[in-house]
Design a protein around this ligand. Sequence first.
Ligand SMILES: NC(=O)c1ccc[n+]([C@@H]2O[C@H](COP(=O)([O-])OP(=O)(O)OC[C@H]3O[C@@H](n4cnc5c(N)ncnc54)[C@H](O)[C@@H]3O)[C@@H](O)[C@H]2O)c1
Length: 353
Amino acid sequence: MNVVKALRTARAPSHFMRGRIVLPLASSSAQSTRPRLFASSSVSRSEREPQSVSRLAPIGVEAALQTTKDSSDNSTPRKIFSEFALPDRVGIVSGGGRGLGLEMAMALCEAGARAIYCLDIHDKPTEEWQAVRDYVGRLKPLEQDTPSQNPASRLEYVKVNVTDQNAVWKAVNEIGDREGRMDVCIAAAGVLKPEKDVLEYPAEEFKEVMSINVNGVLYTAQAAGQQMRRFGNKGSIILIASMSGSITNHGHAWIAYNTSKSAVLQMTRSMACELGGEGIRVNSLSPGHIYTKMTAQYLDSQPHLFSKWSSLNPLGRLGRADEMRGVVVWLASDASTYCTGSDILVSGGHHAW
Ligand SMILES: NC(=O)c1ccc[n+]([C@@H]2O[C@H](COP(=O)([O-])OP(=O)(O)OC[C@H]3O[C@@H](n4cnc5c(N)ncnc54)[C@H](O)[C@@H]3O)[C@@H](O)[C@H]2O)c1
């Protein structure tokens, strides 16, 4: 008997107990499984199947099994988009004054967050940031199954240097005091310096890049994690790394930047392992080439890089900041409750060849 046939035979009784479907277990006998019955159907499931952690539970197939045939009219709710919603959630986004950080902060507000605080180094937010804040203030209330107490969303600005651990912790603690919860953190503040020969790279500049791209990311994540622990509402921490943490950009002398982004990938895994028990998820997001002020310093002065960078990915183009909206809302929301310790590459496939 081959292995597949042997497995099928061994599992047959647990699949088909008296005509009912019972999900197979990987490592226990069928006898120890007591089926969980759904009133509206003849289908049953093992009690060992974990309970849903979704605030919208039951969802998916379980929702279908729990719905009585009588009530199966056209008013069955579509829950999938609600799983991505962020009703009443509070979050922080470092580097949220512009670029990817601002785009992501706005996406969280559009998904229904109560308040997203943009942490950035400049004294005052830019006109672009203010325009986004005003737009967010005009958003219609979130349409979903569980309306929040505060349907309006707010984009807030806090001046802080992410390299100052005490200042970041204090600022985020004050946000916790004000809002009474903390759900989402995006650590996006980062710098990319001009190219320099690896063998001549100055110590001070290397330290500066590490201080912002590594230490600053840690301090931001710590600050948010402290508030998540304080309020016990779990949470999602998203560290912005880069594809440059996994690949080396062809033809570019970016030793400090690339090294810093690799550190963020490992920081993600370590934090995820330490905080998983508290329901705090930690993932990294690694964009490819996106046109922002950071990359404009190269692209605007060396226009040939547009076609060079575009040709380096299978989609044949640079990405846009708004192409981070979906992935970041997914990571922040209950649509990704089983995702932690992962790096999500969004690079137009740059890393694929
Ligand atoms: N643009 C891309 O192609 C790309 C690709 C991969 C990863 N990333 C990463 O995405 C993140 C955002 O990049 P971007 O393209 O939006 O860059 P950006 O330069 O437009 O934005 C970075 C923001 O970080 C802020 N910042 C810098 N130092 C700070 C400090 N010490 N304290 C507080 N805020 C500080 C800046 O003021 C700015 O608002 C960075 O971590 C970057 O490395 C960008």
